[in-house]
Design a protein around this ligand. Structure first.
Ligand SMILES: Cc1cc2nc3c(=O)[nH]c(=O)nc-3n(C[C@H](O)[C@H](O)[C@H](O)COP(=O)(O)OP(=O)(O)OC[C@H]3O[C@@H](n4cnc5c(N)ncnc54)[C@H](O)[C@@H]3O)c2cc1C
Length: 265
């Protein structure tokens, strides 16, 4: 690990301007992804801008109209245990409760998870299925425009996520087939129904989270797991590793999408 300068801003404005003043700095939230990256020397930031002092400003869960609004520094444990989340989007509390272990859930934040865009992380599936918007210090980014590639998002250099806004679905369910040690998703599928429309977000299966238009169209006609039988998931862009080959992941996408629909019911 290389040396770096450690900053402790107390407000969003201060954090953004501090980060802007560095040549190769990074924000540090819960550190559950960034610290391992630093320990493995996969990144050498000149500065770490800690977001710990922004907790008061950016740790909250509230409802505004038909949206569930979660501050970027809200931990996975807070989402998992929130009565508001359990009432408005129970499947999101289920998702958060299945992330890593108790330590990861108590340190890791929703903003950090979304910014990191790990291909096996859980939240990306929810972001896509629940038609979320990601609010930053300078703009609002739609779910479908956010995840670009493996560990790559639409965020500009030094852009800070301040909150994530999820649209309340009529029904929704999330299920994953996870790595037994880390709990990262080998395949995770989030299904959400909005009146006549259905959105399906998939994580873990490919290098970036994606939607499944064929599944969405079939489920929009009938929100029944059986309608997914016979719709082939293309293996072309799926991760093909020894432990879980692309053809296997394709099958798991269908299996877990069906279970997510059942869970939604
Ligand atoms: C053992 C282990 C198991 C795990 N299992 C799972 C799992 O099952 N499912 C899962 O989804 N995840 C899992 N994770 C990852 C965990 O959820 C992390 O909390 C999350 O990926 C990163 O959040 P963080 O707050 O720790 O961010 P950090 O590690 O502090 O930061 C991650 C990246 O995001 C940037 N960043 C942080 N906050 C912001 C912000 N507000 N705006 C802009 N950029 C920001 C940082 O600069 C950094 O590049 C696991 C991690 C570990 C160590």
């Amino acid at each position: 690990m290389e040396n770096f300068v450690f900053h402790t801003p107390k407000t969003v404005a201060d954090a953004v301007s501090t980060r802007k003043g560095t040549s190769g700095g990074k924000f540090l939230a819960g550190g559950q992804s960034l610290i391992p990256v630093l320990k493995l020397d996969l990144a050498q930031p000149t500065d770490l801008v800690s977001l710990a002092g922004l907790k008061k400003e950016l740790s909250y869960i509230k409802v505004e109209g038909d949206e569930l609004v979660i501050g970027a520094l809200t931990t996975h444990a807070d989402v998992a245990g929130s009565d508001v989340v359990k009432k408005i989007i129970p499947s999101l509390a289920v998702l958060a409760s299945g992330i890593g272990d108790a330590q990861v859930r108590n340190r890791g934040t929703i903003g950090g998870s979304v910014a990191h865009a790990d291909p096996a992380a859980d939240y990306p599936a929810a972001i896509l299925a629940l038609d979320a918007t990601i609010k930053t210090d300078r703009r609002t980014i739609k779910a479908d425009d956010f995840f670009k590639a493996m560990f790559e998002t639409a965020l500009e250099d030094g852009e800070l996520i301040t909150e994530v806004r999820f649209k309340k679905p009529e029904k929704a369910g999330y299920l994953k087939f996870n790595n037994p040690a880390s709990k990262y998703a080998i395949v995770g599928v989030y299904v959400a129904k909005y009146g006549p429309n259905v959105r399906v977000g998939v994580t873990g299966a490919a290098t970036v989270a994606f939607r499944l238009p064929d599944f969405e169209a079939a489920l929009a006609k009938s929100f029944d797991p059986k309608v997914l039988d016979g719709i082939k998931v293309s293996e072309e862009d799926l991760v093909n590793e020894r432990d879980a080959k692309a053809d296997y992941r394709a099958q798991m996408v269908t299996v877990f999408a069906k279970r997510a629909v059942e869970a939604a019911h």
